[in-house]
Design a protein around this ligand. Sequence first.
Ligand code: MET
Length: 589
Amino acid sequence: MEQNPNRYTITAALPYTNGPVHIGHLAGVYVPADIYARYQRLQNKDVAFICGSDEHGVPITIKAKKEGITPQQVVDKYHGIIKKSFEEFGISFDNYSRTSAEIHHKTASEFFKKLYEDGKFTEEVTEQLYDEEANQFLADRYITGTCPKCGNEEAYGDQCEKCGSSLNATDLINPKSAISGNVPVLKETKHWFLPLNEYEDFLKQWILVDHKKDWKTNVYGQCKSWIDDGLRPRAVTRDLDWGIPVPVEGAEGKVLYVWFDAPIGYISSTKEWAAREGKNWEDYWKNENTKMLHFIGKDNIVFHCIIFPSMLKAEGSYILPENVPANEFLNLEGNKISTSKNWAVWLHEYLEDFPNQQDVLRYTLTANAPETKDNDFTWADFQTRNNSELVAIFGNFINRVVVLTHKYCEGVVPQPASFSEIDKQTLNELTAYPSVIASSLERYRFREAQAEMMNLARLGNKYLADEEPWKTIKTDEERTKTVMYVALQIASALAVLSEPFLPFTSEKLKLMLNVKSSAVETSLRWNDISKNTELLKTGHKINKAELLFSKIEDEQIQAQLDKLQASKKMNASTSSAQAAANKKVEPQK
Ligand code: MET
């Protein structure tokens, strides 16, 4: 791997299409991935930022059954909602595909076939629970029964949600098919396995030795514990009628395991994009000089660090990820985010309540990103971040610079007279910001990077407050002009350095400063800030001031808290109704 690669393949976890996306998804995966992708593009790197919808798997079939529609209808609905949310929040994917796409079926199918033909799988006949009435094998989630550990009668075949134990379907007492309600029988079935045990030496060297220093400790720790526990063969096929058919003889009625096909979705999505853009997809997946990164949440670590790399290794012609900067989870007002309990802030709902305020949410989520441990989102903090930081520091600084430039300099960058010590020091401090922010971003420390960006706005604010151009204008016009010149340089640096974090704000700011948003022909480039402090030249005309942020009132926050309280009440009444219903049936047993 080169020290400073020019090509980046940046993937963000493919969201399951069985529900919309919420702030936990944004904070854990998509905002950090987007910040990183935007930052690398600003370095003039060749970036493929790749994602798409994960449209297979059992939960989607369950959702379809519940709603009385087909799985295809479920994924069509949520694919549209999710894609729109990402666009609305400025997540700048180069391609957003879906795993039901033909190109993906073909890619995943060929991948499986190659491993099959190269003898990389083992085959095993096992006994699985089967529903004789529905004529089908039952996925773990389709079996309910009594938990052998805590006695909960509603445990699932893979997990008891009451006590949290992970289970095997055959462990359940009184198992029942969720399809027909019948008692399932055991029936033999053949499956293909990836013998992860054979990849143990490779994984030990690659993760535990080669990446000991540069992977995040939460990621490294989870991998180490998987490896230390000993890896076992993992089934890569399932008896299910929703998914990609297993492309070998004797596998009728079987599909690829969703976690086998989903990560291949990154490859298919890259292919789709490359074909559209006239690029060669293999440059992004098979070239040792490309740096590949997977942005994911902590529940995806084993799949991206152990299983997918073993698949890529087995195939033989792919590069491996350079890093997997997984995040922990975001909680909401002290409780775990939960779709079923409606304990979440849904992105599409947020925009109804806070129209055009995407950057406020992005900012708050990054400021509280669960980078090293689970973290909490609170509406009170959201309000403070907006009112005391975005409005009072960033917005206030920019507003003063632009308004005063119009007031004192006819909207034109003035000619500075001689610089005072403070001016020189301020311009000098400014040049350090690009590399300070870059160094945090290169180490996946997004909170720290964003805080540094805000420090630059603070520097600007303090400079204006100390130099008081509104006072000097009465006595020394030259001094005022010099101060405005310096302040304008800070404002223009902010326009560039804020782009990864606050893309909508950066765009507006560039418009106000009358610079091209692509920043190609102007001097407004990330790295130029460190070299050349004359970012906006004397004589350059700027546009009128527009408000970047506006105050969020207590009532708006209260409305959000009320919404959450309503969910809480609703949950309490459903669970007491459920408890009452359970009581009623008990005497009959
Ligand atoms: N759909 C998975 C999840 O949401 C991620 C798949 S990434 C290949 O956890």
